[in-house]
Design a protein around this ligand. Sequence first.
Ligand SMILES: Cc1ncc(COP(=O)(O)O)c(C=O)c1O
Length: 468
Amino acid sequence: MLWIPIDRSLDIPLKRQVYEYIRNQILHGDLKGGERLPATREFASQLGISRNVLIEAFEQLLAEGYIVGHQGAGTFVAQGAFLEQEQKREQNKVSSISKGNQNEKDMIDFRSGIPALDMFPRKEWGKLSKEVCIDTPNSIFGYGYPEGRTELREVLSHFLRKTRGVVCHPEQIVVTSGATQAFSLITRLLLSQGDRVIIEDPITHEIQTIFTSTGATLCPIPVDELGIRTDRLITKLKPKFILVTPSHQFPLGSILPIQRRIQLIQFARASNCYVVEDDYDSEFRYEGQPINSLQGLEPEKVIYVGTFSKNLSPALRIGYLVLPQALIEECRQLKWFQDLHTPSLDQMILARFIEDGLLERHIRKMRKIYMKRREVLRNALVREFGDLMRLSGDSTGLHLIVDFPSVEVTEKMVEKFYLNGVKVYPVERHSFHKGRHQNKLILGYGNLRAEEIEEGVYRIKKTLSLKG
Ligand SMILES: Cc1ncc(COP(=O)(O)O)c(C=O)c1O
């Protein structure tokens, strides 16, 4: 039975109160299309208002299409007048997101690949931004070239040769919006429907999604403690390329030894395909000597992908490709087609940042900080779990792998961790063939302070309730 709360104390005419109430009920979906409204005489007397008031309100609703009258049968809610429900859902969504953020304020997030955001060299970057903005020629404010600013490509080729043993001319570099765009360009450049790509298994599922976006087929090769199992490469696969993360396999963290690097190059030569080298966080090596890039071994067969997301900030959205000669022109065109070019001013600031030695200084400083954070995490895990877990993949980068042989890390368990205030990430999420890594977690520590790491490990312990 429909009831309308009439309030005579309000300064709103009764006709208006009735009209608005019924209108809102229809818009919100509380009165549904086709539903019959009560006869006016009886309804008016129940509400204690005059029948004329009710008729006038109904006429208004009728004129606006909210209700329809059928001769002799009565008055009905019109079809298709339901809208507000959608808005309600939107409002709920917004409020649940902000509520989520509030809850997440105390959340300890072991997400991998996030550098220490509070350590961004704000002062130096800010100073250079101002200088570049004032001193740079006017042409910078116009359209640029798809491959990026010459200034950046020149300092970058120098920097990469010195720090990573990458052999290239500035013309081989295409500046991209992060490594993510570099992968998207490689996909468009080399892959068509039905082509094959060899990937490491596991590898980030984002990369898997990008590579399959043109209909290519992924051929996963398992990774062991040394990296991709090169003994499992078979030439009859005839892939267009092989994607590897040789400096710090993502997510397992292995470093590919020279023997396997050579096997990879030999395979690429024999299969006439490329090797795509994702060198995403190679700068942060804590043990042993840094290993030079794969690209330096065979520049015409390796496409090198780099990013400033880990050594500076993912918010910059600047990465780059170092390409064999044969791919440069087509890649320029594709980049132009995607977004014309990466923002010029940011490229110029970055070029100055590298040229003035600030990037190397920042990396040196951050390596020490990350090394300490890694130590805190390792110690906390050993203290809490002892030999109930195994650590691996931690000699480079911003994350490590913890393996709990007696625990199966299910998505349900991830929820349980979340409810205990800690976000963790199962390796299995990135696995192509499921079931090989279900005991392993990826713990990123780059953006966590020592006390947060300690507390996070305590929360992991609380969730697992293992006796260490
Ligand atoms: C394996 C791997 N490569 C590269 C990247 C960097 O991506 P981008 O440069 O687009 O930020 C990531 C991001 O976390 C990654 O996990």
